[in-house]
Design a protein around this ligand. Structure first.
Ligand code: AP5
Ligand code: MG
Length: 211
């Protein structure tokens, strides 16, 4: 099955994706992670992506769509995949329809008031990608795996604001797009731990697609 995770920045797409990918044996494909890996390796795509990501803008569609189209041809996608952060506008959604059939869209609706603190307080492990919030770290600077924690460059108030604006203007219309296609699965993100939301997601996905 091919699934999409939809939601505003900080809604918990990446957090849910890890749990969904593990349970349903799907490769987790995050365009944000792919771009950050390219930035780290200083590739041509990385250099280009950085100029957009640092401003909270979308990386151009041609680049993003080509990356995903290629990624879906890999062997690990033959039984499906979990797309996190793609598509992000109507153009990308229409392009995706040309090379993949989407079975379900896990849409996490969340009050924007929760997001600024979540994102500006987020610290991520350089090694395993685990996320933490500064309020729970008590000065700790390393992950349980020993990796160093860092703050994403786009997790600052000004860039978060522009990411949220981009979400509202360009990505939120996809809720309607996938509702009309009959594949949307709506959830509400809250202050409850991520595992609570995952229990709900799991129940719906199990019922719809089997384990
Ligand atoms: P991307 O990396 O996709 O970032 P994003 O959409 O802004 O979302 P985040 O990764 O910040 O949040 P998330 O929803 O994954 O939440 P998380 O699980 O980490 O994209 C970055 C940039 O790349 C874009 O701005 C754009 O420039 C570019 N890009 C990417 N895709 C693109 C595309 N298709 N087209 C063009 N450009 C593209 O959770 C957030 C925090 O909250 C974490 O600390 C987590 O631990 C915590 N948390 C999660 N759940 C809970 C909970 N229930 N309670 C409390 N805390 C929680
Ligand atoms: Mg993410």
């Amino acid at each position: 099955m091919n699934l999409i995770l939809l939601g505003a920045p900080g809604a918990g797409k990446g957090t849910q994706a890890k749990m969904i990918a593990q349970r349903y044996h799907l490769p987790h494909i995050s365009t944000g992670d792919i771009f950050r890996e390219n930035i780290r390796k200083e590739t041509e795509i990385g250099l280009l992506a950085k100029s957009y990501i640092d401003k909270g803008q979308l990386v151009p569609d041609e680049v993003t769509c080509a990356i995903v189209k290629d990624r879906l041809t890999w062997d690990d996608c033959k039984n499906g995949c979990l797309l996190d952060g793609f598509p992000r506008n109507l153009y990308q959604a229409e392009e995706l329809d040309k090379f993949a059939k989407i079975d379900g869209v896990v849409n996490i609706n969340i009050d924007f008031k929760l997001l600024m603190d979540r994102l500006c307080g987020r610290r991520v492990c350089k090694e395993c990608g685990e996320s933490y919030h500064v309020s729970t770290l008590n000065g700790q600077t390393t992950c349980h795996c020993g990796g160093e924690l860092y703050q994403r460059k786009d997790d600052n108030p000004e860039t978060v604001k522009s990411r949220l604006d981009v979400y509202s203007a360009q990505t939120a219309p996809l809720i309607d797009y996938y509702t009309k296609k009959g594949v949307i699965l709506n959830f509400t993100g809250t202050e409850a731990p991520a595992e609570v939301l995952f229990e709900e997601v799991k129940k719906v996905l199990d019922e719809k697609f089997g384990k």
